[in-house]
Design a protein around this ligand. Sequence first.
Ligand SMILES: [Cu+2]
Length: 236
Amino acid sequence: MTIFPENISTYGQEIDRLFYTISALVAVAFVISLFVLLYPLFNNSAKRVKKATYFTGAKRKHFRWITFALVALALSDFYFLYAEHGAWVTIEQTQVKPDFHVSITGRQWNWAFTYPGLDGKLYTPDDIVINEMNSELHVPINKNIVVDLWAKDVLHSFFVPNIRLKQDCVPGRMIQRWFKLTKTGTYDIACAELCGLLHGKMRNFLVVESQEKFNGYIDSLYKKNAPALTMTNPSN
Ligand SMILES: [Cu+2]
């Protein structure tokens, strides 16, 4: 049972497990905090205790409890660091061999997708740019997809709930992330950073498809963009 949208990435399970771990520990802390807050309120009601006592917290007896809470907090922090280390390394620090490399730019208000042109290389004049609201990003299934994330104007956040990937896009810098997807279909790409008036309309789609279908899509892009390609490609 899961409360999240279906996971389609190879590392999504790790994020889900972290979420449940953190929620469980925070739930325990929440119940203890409520108890510590409410118990004295009821136990020391005006009927039972006539005059309130003022604690400075300086006495060893009182200070002990402050120290106990601090240590418990620090220990849980270290535990989270330990628990998340694997996912952190997989998602943020692993250099995968890219099977497909695409550039994604957040702008007010859509995600623009830049595919490499016929030369197979990004950031050359024959790149193909799809820059429309509600457009699709096509990627092949079971392949390492490396994405360069950019922002054109303000902060955006590339968010695909089904991949469990959410990454801020910052103007002036490129952030690279990767994913490998295990299920075909069409999934939402959202922006998770309030980025202006039409932030809520900033919705694109991720289409995961077989390698054959994906090749067909890329071919159709080349054909559609052919006149522009011959104009910008000096070798033609
Ligand atoms: Cu945005």
